[in-house]
Design a protein around this ligand. Structure first.
Ligand SMILES: [Zn+2]
Length: 183
């Protein structure tokens, strides 16, 4: 393998491993590094263990461009289909660590966050990609009702309205005791 091939392979491994460990309750860069080093010892040696730690931090604090574009398009489709274009523009970002973007690094793993002040919706990356549309709707409902918590009656009513419209909302999310944690 050339150095470029090693770099590219390692980037993909770190992305995948980060998502995998986040799905299991959260990760710090050194956890990702240790998991990668254990599973890919030769590649880790070729890449360099210190560089690997730095890469794990960069990836953890980044967003995924492809998934972000997909979710942004979905936001526009849902806004037309279920909200009669009543939602103002929100930037939707698919991120590896929602807590980092919330300004709460190292906090409990959160599957998403709506930043009302900056008109941004953060959706946590997960290997359960099929769950992302319902997670996006969950946060679009927070955006519309200017709420942050799942026990808010306005938000619950909005989720029920979406469900009645046939929107792909996950029923389990409506009654979930907390926005925190994995779905
Ligand atoms: Zn919520």
């Amino acid at each position: 393998m050339t150095q470029i091939e090693i770099n590219e392979a390692m980037k993909q491994i770190v992305r995948d491993t980060t998502v995998e460990i986040m799905d299991c309750g959260g990760t710090y860069p050194k956890d990702t590094r240790d998991a990668v080093a254990e599973e890919f010892p030769e590649l880790t040696e070729a890449f360099g263990v210190d560089r690997l730690l730095a890469l794990c931090k960069v990836v953890l604090e980044s967003s995924d461009p492809t998934e972000s574009v997909r979710l942004q398009k979905l936001f526009q489709i849902y806004n037309a289909e279920y909200f009669a274009e009543q939602l103002r523009h929100y930037s939707v970002l698919a991120v590896y660590d929602v807590c980092h973007w919330q300004g709460n690094p190292g906090g409990d793993v959160t599957s998403g966050h709506t930043d009302h002040a900056r008109s941004r919706i953060f959706i946590g990356m997960t290997k359960h990609r099929a769950a992302l549309p319902s997670l996006l709707l969950h946060h679009m409902a927070h955006a519309l009702t200017a709420t942050s918590y799942p026990n808010d009656e306005q938000w619950i009513a909005e989720m029920q309205r979406l469900r009645d419209l046939g929107a792909p909302v996950d029923g389990a999310l409506i009654s979930s005791p907390s926005c925190m944690g994995l779905m």
